[in-house]
Write a protein that binds this ligand. Structure first.
Ligand code: ATP
Ligand code: PAU
Length: 457
């Protein structure tokens, strides 16, 4: 350890989520704390540390959970002042990341989520020196709600007057299918993105998969973040900034009395986090930097959409949900009462419980009597119940009572929201609570936009 060596590592500096209050513009050499000075440290830890870059997810598909704090603790090593070369590289990186436009991108297996920060505190000096391309990009993103054929801005989720990296502004939420990445890059190029010195904060599998295309097509560097770190960081930030973010359902099974009730998640720990994207990850979260991925399942939102398209000939998620809304899964599934003629009382299984998903579809007669709507509904119920069942077992093993469900599978999908709410309550005799968040699938994108501590490379 040299004369300048200090013991500093991410764990020792833990809990530093960049939120409004912490992200002052003038309190560090980099313009905001936690970036310029720490960046070299983090680069050293993540790139040169004994474990190399941190792998996303857990110990393999459905494998044993990875206890994040332990992993990080191993990397903890004495800080050595970076050489002037790495310091210059860090400053370069800082300049690129600090220059507008600011994006956070979560490129998932099905959907790419783009969060754009629109600064609203632009000084006259800044406005004068701002180049035309940048103004055009801002105008294009904020004045439209559709981009190309498949890009959408979720205007109802927009967050005004928030603070990011010490600046005040608005967060805009945009999504498009990951399969359209080629067109997205072309569009970005046509808007002049390639002429800007830009680094985009990115997470999700696509941050790795498409890194070279971003560099080649639009001259953009990706600053990569782990998807689960970003997810949690995003949830904590949005929850802090939106008092009506979190809710639960009271009376979820009653058509007349079911209602959405706001829930105060300001003291969230511990909570079980179930992220339902293309696949599903289940995390036990005990603190801002303290979580483990307990398990996952490949039967997720991608499975629902894929099977639904196969079984009904539908082509979009929205269509699949609409079909499911008009369908009856009991024509497709085999219920306990189809087997027992009523309840299986001794084991506490009510007659209307699904005993076997799709269990009626083995006979020609039954198959002839089901509609596309019924098949869509049965697919939705099958996938949702399976996730609910896994979540319940995980919560019970971990002795956690609050189960937070996120991910775009829950978008425009009240059937699954209510099924999950009911399943958690019913099967736990009221000890488990299903909680939901308004920004469903956008937390990863927000989290990586905020997360300068902990970038992968
Ligand atoms: N417009 C849409 N198009 C396609 N899928 C949608 C749409 N809206 C909601 N979904 C659902 O959301 C799922 C994707 O959710 P999300 O964006 O959270 O995951 P992802 O990041 O793509 O996946 P992963 O995290 O597993 O890589 C889809 O599989 C589908 O069930
Ligand atoms: C692979 C990820 C983490 C990508 O987001 C997700 O799709 C997932 O958690 N799938 C389930 C994988 C498993 O079976 O554990």
């Amino acid at each position: 350890m040299g004369p300048h060596a200090t013991h500093r590592c991410k764990d020792c500096l833990s809990g530093r989520i960049m939120s409004g209050g912490q992200a002052g513009r003038s309190s560090s050499s980099s313009g905001f704390p936690g970036f310029g000075d720490d960046m070299a440290d983090m680069a050293q830890l993540h790139n040169g540390g004994p474990d190399g870059p941190q792998a996303p997810g857990g110990g393999g598909p459905s494998g044993p959970g990875r206890e994040v704090p332990f992993k990080r603790a191993k990397r903890c090593k004495p800080y050595e002042r970076p050489s002037s070369v790495s310091r210059n590289a860090a400053l370069d990186r800082e300049r690129q990341v600090m220059s507008m436009p600011w994006f956070g991108m979560d490129i998932g297996g099905t959907l790419a989520k783009l969060v754009y920060f629109e600064p609203k505190d632009i000084t006259p000096d800044e406005a004068n020196s701002e180049i035309e391309t940048l103004k055009n990009i801002r105008r294009y993103l904020t004045k439209n709600s559709a981009y190309g054929k498949t890009g959408h801005r979720d205007m109802h989720l927009q967050m005004d007057n928030v603070e990011v990296r010490g600046r005040k502004g608005t967060l805009h939420f945009i999504r498009f299918p990951t399969s359209e990445m080629g067109n997205f890059l072309e569009l970005a190029k046509s808007k002049g993105m390639a002429t800007l010195v830009t680094t985009v904060c990115a997470t999700g599998g696509g941050a790795f998969k498409f890194e070279d295309s971003f560099q080649r097509e639009v001259n953009m560097k990706l600053m990569k973040f782990d998807e689960l770190d970003s997810l949690i960081r995003g949830i904590l930030y949005i929850e802090t900034n939106n008092p009506t973010e979190c809710y639960y359902f009271a009376d979820p099974t009653s058509d007349d009395h079911c209602q959405k009730v706001p829930y105060d998640l300001s003291n969230p720990y511990p909570f079980l986090l179930v992220n339902i994207g293309s696949g599903v990850s289940v995390l036990a979260v005990h603190g801002p930097n303290k979580y483990k991925r307990i398990t996952g399942t490949s039967l997720g939102g991608g499975t629902f959409l894929g099977l639904c398209c196969l079984l009904t000939g539908c082509n979009t998620f929205e269509e699949a949900i609409e079909l499911a809304t008009g369908g009856d899964n009991t024509k497709v599934d085999k219920l306990v009462r189809d087997i027992y003629g009523g309840d299986y009382g001794k084991m506490g299984l009510p007659g209307d419980l699904v005993a076997s998903s799709f269990g009626q579809m083995n006979t020609k007669e039954r198959r002839a009597n089901v509609s596309r709507e019924d098949l869509a509904r049965a697919t939705l119920v099958t996938i949702t119940n399976n996730i609910g069942s896994i979540a319940r077992m995980c919560a019970s093993n971990e002795k956690i009572h609050n189960v937070v469900f996120v991910g775009n599978f829950l978008r425009v999908n009240p059937i699954s929201l209510k099924l999950l709410a009911h399943a958690m309550e019913y099967w736990s005799n009221g000890t488990l609570k299903a909680l939901f968040l308004e920004h469903e699938g956008y937390f990863g994108a927000v989290g990586c936009l905020l997360g300068f501590n902990g970038f992968l490379s």
